[in-house]
Design a protein around this ligand. Sequence first.
Ligand code: G3P
Length: 214
Amino acid sequence: MEFFIDTGDINEIKTAYAWGFVDGVTTNPTLVAKSGKKNEDLIKEIAEIVDGPISAEVIALDAPGMIKEGTELSKIHKNIVIKLPMTKDGMIACKHFSKSGIKTNITLIFSANQALLAAKNGATYVSPFVGRLDDVGQTGMDLIGEIRQIFNNYGFETKILAASLRHSQHVKECAMMGADTATLPFKVIEGLFAHPLTKNGLDQFLADHAKSNK
Ligand code: G3P
């Protein structure tokens, strides 16, 4: 299972990447805006730190615009994955990039049918947003299961990149459902380390060590 960090914060990327199990980075226009940097500049900076897939999202809404913008972004580094919205134009751009051997990540996936269309157009990743489905009263994790079944049925190689994951339980459930990849905010990654018994156990070991070394 791949783990990506979902952020535009360089310090968070450096810190999490040093932990060793982070394979790549996803960004989106909201995260880029938070960074205060230009999209291209931020993506260049990330590519100097992380040797793995880096999703860079286009802003254009029309297919020619997406293709132009995505082509420019893809020139930044070999690890760039072009992030496109799940729209009709996004599908045209996705097909174009698939044919050109450029990796894509189709974002804002909220139904299994949307994921199926993206897979048929050769998307490298589809990004179902689990937390945002939970927000509107659906069970976001069900979508991961549905897409897994459909992709398995037909042998699609498109990877399921579970996104909008908000807590550790989401991460575990995605892994159990067979998501290929999970993209996680820094706080969620940090939360994966935590267990009170680990802390209590370590405190006890250190206390015992201190006693025996008096
Ligand atoms: O990668 C998508 C993710 O950033 C969306 O997360 O928490 O805003 O739904 P959220």
